[in-house]
Ligand binder design. Sequence first.
Ligand code: ADP
Ligand code: MG
Length: 263
Amino acid sequence: MSLRLANASVTYPGATEPAVHQVDLTFEEGTHTAILGPNGAGKSTILRALGGLLPCDPGEAVLDGREARSWPRREFARRVAFVSSAEESAFPVRVRDYVALGRNPYVDGWRGPSPADREAVGVALHRADLDGLASRYLGSLSAGELQRARIARALAQDPDIMLLDEPTAHLDLGHEFAAFALLAELVAQLSLTVISVTHNLNMASRFCGRIVLVADGTILADGPPGDVLTPDRLARAFDWPVDTMIRPGLGIVAVPVAPGDAP
Ligand code: ADP
Ligand code: MG
């Protein structure tokens, strides 16, 4: 499965300027790419365009040689799962039933869920370490558990590609690490292609082989963490002075500084 954003621009209705301008990105199977950048840079827009949720003009998102938005939605959803930044369920739902929503692209409307669908839900719950929480109500979960449930729902789709918008927002540092480690496991075990928007530069440098740094709707830098997460590039992207420390095995630590701070 190959996913590409081909020279794509996105302009929201009523906007005079494109939110994303001529972005070209191709993603390799079995890799985790982080999309980083300041608020309003266009990260979510890029992710939604990749997920076929927004029209591009010019350009297009292309899945396996076919324009994302021309795929039948069910077919597309069997290949690409999208975990949005936040969405609350309006009605009480148990974790198992919530994860089962990921089977919608497979379930036969007349016959309902098959044994294979139930099996896939069980596997997804297990992979996300939710076996003990399957009967709990979604609203009763902690932030870390809730994010695992949202990843499990995406996993139940049995996708080749997973798009996640700030999957670790609101998680403390331990739960954030665990979420990145879970994604790394899925990449390694299932050869899943993962693309995550995140603000955690350190976790991105440690867990993602590739970083796409976005600012003002364009790509400022794209490559391995060591090439992208440099003080000058980060300062330019975030419009704030930044110092970095490289900790072999632990990744890159970026620290915002004031102009008068000692280096
Ligand atoms: P990021 O995810 O990097 O914070 P977004 O992709 O959400 O940034 O937004 C990029 C730009 O597009 C911002 O200027 C934002 O105000 C604008 N934008 C985002 N969503 C919409 C929308 N639904 N309608 C109009 N403008 C939007
Ligand atoms: Mg966003």
